[in-house]
Design a protein around this ligand. Sequence first.
Ligand code: PEP
Length: 250
Amino acid sequence: MRRYFIAGNWKMNKTVAEALELVEGLKKEVSGVAHRVMVAPPFTALDAVAKSLKGSEIILGAQNMSDQESGAHTGEVSVLMLKDLGVEVVILGHSERRLIYGESDEFINRKVRLAISRGLEVILCVGETLEQREAGKAEAVVEGQLAGSLKDVSEADLKKVTIAYEPVWAIGTGKTATPGDADAIHKAVRKKISGLYSAQAAEDLVIQYGGSVKPDNAKELMGMENIDGALVGGAALKLDSFVPIVKFDA
Ligand code: PEP
């Protein structure tokens, strides 16, 4: 049985004081919720949020990490630095990293393997652009991203990976994939994982949907057979939108 996993990606938002205000409220509101709940603050707020989350079930995530262990990499943050702060999950391959910063599947794959080897869980993001969707290539693009980003990741290590399907055209745009369209790609993801690994690995895989998830569409999206949670951007920045998403089935 897959457990719902709902994660908030705060992106480049929130000072330390703002991050603490949000997480303090969240702790009260989501205590006792059956789903896995995660927040991914910016690097600068990780330490403060980690301290605030001590004893809470809310999981601490980071939004990115270096593909290198240590050394002369100005401006980068390493996997051990994240672990040191109590981070448990790292988001990798977000479309903003792929498209704005030119991250390739090969580069993301190095990060995925490094994160897992050092004991972090990974949320691996995949998704097509509008141009790719309109050209009928959505499934092929996502399948290629999966194969490339998961290269040399063993079936045992795949248990540490959640996939987030985030159609690029739905991120921060207010446009959401219809539940049916999203579920079709989630199904294709499961099929690809079944081919790369096994039917059991595909069945166990948690697949989040991301792209303008809001309180008013969360229930319908997560009611779909292959949608096991959400990766939430804009709506994760406020309690009054993130809490109803986390409690979509209350
Ligand atoms: C995201 O960037 O992961 C995301 C899904 O953003 P939004 O919810 O704002 O579309």
